[in-house]
Design a protein around this ligand. Structure first.
Ligand code: ATP
Ligand code: ATP
Ligand code: MG
Ligand code: MG
Ligand code: MG
Ligand code: MG
Ligand code: MG
Length: 278
């Protein structure tokens, strides 16, 4: 009931609406996943099932929230980009962060058995923290995305070399760490190749580049399985106009979501998909 003598407590709530007309990035990150990896015996350095699970939980979040224009995931984290014109929850940070983190967590748990059919979950259950950051320019946003993908590359090269030394080279964790201390990328590539005949370039794209999810406007033959590769070939630059912007907004709800493992640091990815940042 309104107007009770208790209602004044509502005024203690603080406004937390995020700066208008800025790109909002909400990043969720698995809580204590170092432990969780050990508990469920994730393959090191990359457990494909766990990455597929992350990707499909993120895809489900995007399907429920059309304001998300693109998402990027690596390891136990996912970054969701809300369009700068987004007005969901009056841009209140706590609402946006908790909705995305809890929707993501729900799907992660819901989909778990699809990817780990023989390993049931038990408490403590997986959970994800979240944070929001506003980026005022497309360049800032692109630099954010580049930062995460560069981080993915650096970590994956390190982890691939580290775990090769252990799994194939018979070193223990301390020895591997010591051997890698102070090494540059070129040194790690060299260790991988000379010791284990591993060409880092041939490692799976998902491990090297992480995963990007976005809305694709060009329709592909239904039933086509390898959507990721096919889609990239058919995406053509599109000229944008005011009415087209309006149409895009409507179509965003209908557009299909694709998961891909492309370079998002270079211009090409963005140049070919102008609707993502317009
Ligand atoms: P925090 O709660 O502070 O985030 P954390 O243990 O989750 O703690 P992170 O920095 O987020 O720490 O690191 C996540 C860990 O989970 C890393 O060690 C990463 O290698 C591991 N990890 C995440 N996903 C996978 C995967 N698919 N396969 C193997 N290891 C993974
Ligand atoms: P929002 O997303 O803005 O929170 P909402 O529809 O969830 O929208 P609330 O103000 O949170 O709106 O109201 C929750 C509604 O759910 C209320 O109408 C409440 O009566 C109903 N509800 C919640 N729990 C129960 C329950 N256990 N039994 C019956 N009704 C419930
Ligand atoms: Mg964290
Ligand atoms: Mg974590
Ligand atoms: Mg992490
Ligand atoms: Mg309520
Ligand atoms: Mg409610």
């Amino acid at each position: 009931m309104a107007n009770s003598r208790f209602e004044y407590v509502k005024q203690f709530e603080q406004s937390d609406s995020l700066l208008p007309n800025t790109w909002i990035v909400i990043r969720v990150d698995g809580r204590g996943f170092t432990k969780l990896c050990a508990k469920y015996k994730f393959e090191k350095p990359n457990d494909r099932r766990a990455l597929d699970l992350m990707n499909n939980a993120a895809k489900a979040v995007m399907a429920e929230l059309p304001d998300i224009t693109i998402a990027y995931g690596v390891s136990d984290e996912y970054s969701f980009v809300l369009h700068k014109t987004c007005t969901l929850f009056e841009r209140r940070a706590s609402k946006l962060i908790t909705t995305i983190a809890s929707t993501f967590t729900s799907y992660y748990i819901h989909l778990w058995s699809t990817y780990f059919p023989d390993t049931p979950l038990s408490p403590p259950l997986p959970s994800f923290d979240g944070r929001a950051v506003c980026y005022p320019s497309v360049q800032n946003l692109r630099d954010y995305m580049s930062w995460r993908q560069a981080d993915c590359h650096i970590n994956n090269l390190f982890n691939t070399t580290f775990w090769s030394l252990i799994q194939l080279g018979g070193l223990d964790a301390k020895e591997a760490e010591k051997l890698l201390a102070g090494t540059l990328s070129a040194d790690k590539n060299e260790i991988l190749f000379s010791r284990f005949k591993i060409n880092y370039n041939n490692e799976p794209e998902m491990y090297k580049k992480g995963s990007v999810i976005f809305r694709e406007y060009e329709l592909v033959e239904p039933g086509s399985h390898n959507v990721a590769e096919t889609i990239d070939d058919v995406a053509e630059p599109v000229k944008q106009s005011k009415t087209q912007d309006e149409n895009d907004r409507k179509r965003r709800n209908k557009a299909r979501l694709v998961i891909n493992h492309l370079d998002i640091i270079k211009d090409d990815f963005w140049d070919r998909r102008p609707w993502l940042l317009s």
